[in-house]
Design a protein around this ligand. Structure first.
Ligand code: ZN
Length: 264
């Protein structure tokens, strides 16, 4: 599923839209805020930002600013000016059917409406959504810039498996299943450890793994580009660090791959 890293790739891909005027919008009303089309047509795209897994398109309308939040769910992906910055997602089919579109947004450039939508959100399973005036206040600090102090504060008073805590977007924003497994593997922490039983050094190791490991995966192309590759995860092969056979289990209902030798 798309994680914060995929949203970051789409943020960069969508940034050339800044300064353009929205000429038309079509949304699948089952997954969009009421009144979205009316609020956005005629607005100027003032900025493209990202908070966790959410892409935020800032719009300047005649009456003020509004934020369009694109939530990608399990299988959503973004197509900008006809180009998909990420062709294939791990859990998506790779096919692109127009009937899976949930948002089409056209802009005009040089007073000419473009033929293809400038933004398309294509989502086969329809678990994503498009929100107007997106409320992002419930999200925790972003994983890419997470500090030890922030993580320690967010974990205090929570007693769940550390993997479950890290998947909670109000604790840390942007991590999904693949990135959490990669971060815990990098930090050497077992995924089922109770979140309130980690010592300061272990919390620091997790925050540092987020800041150091995630940018490497981002440069390589996203959440599927960890050392725990999708192939390695499928077969539960050997730990790339020490050669121990990896364990494949469920933590909080999510498939989890980890090394029983160096993740303690
Ligand atoms: Zn290992």
């Amino acid at each position: 599923m798309p994680e914060g890293l995929e949203a970051e790739i789409w943020r960069v891909a969508a940034s050339p839209l800044v300064g353009r005027t929205v000429s038309d919008v079509w949304v699948d009303e089952r997954v969009a805020s009421v009144g979205l089309r009316d609020a956005v047509v005629g607005a100027e795209i003032a900025g493209v930002d990202r908070v966790g897994k959410v892409l935020v398109v800032e719009m300047q309308t005649s009456t003020g600013r509004t934020k369009l939040g694109l939530h990608f769910g399990m299988t959503g992906r973004l197509v900008v000016d006809g180009d998909a910055a990420i062709e294939r997602l791990e859990y998506a089919s790779g096919a692109d059917r127009p009937s899976w579109d949930r948002l089409r947004l056209w802009t005009e450039r040089d007073h000419r409406p473009a033929d293809v939508p400038s933004l398309r959100l294509n989502d086969p399973r329809r678990l994503g959504r498009i929100s107007l005036d997106a409320d992002l206040t419930q999200l925790g600090p972003d994983a890419l810039t997470l500090t030890s102090a922030e993580l320690r504060r967010r974990l205090s008073g929570r007693r769940v498996a550390i993997k479950t805590a890290l998947l909670d977007q109000s604790v840390v924003a942007g991590l999904g299943n693949l990135c959490v497994d990669e971060v815990l593997w990098t930090a050497g922490i077992a995924p089922h450890r109770p979140s309130d039983r980690l010592d300061a050094a272990e919390v620091t190791a997790i925050a540092r793994a987020c800041r150091r490991r995630l940018p490497v995966m981002l440069r390589r192309g996203g959440s599927t580009m960890g050392e725990l590759t999708p192939e390695l995860r499928r077969v539960a092969g050997d730990c790339p660090l020490d050669g121990t056979p990896l364990t494949r289990s469920k933590v909080g209902g999510r498939t989890t791959v980890w090394c029983p030798h160096h993740q303690l």
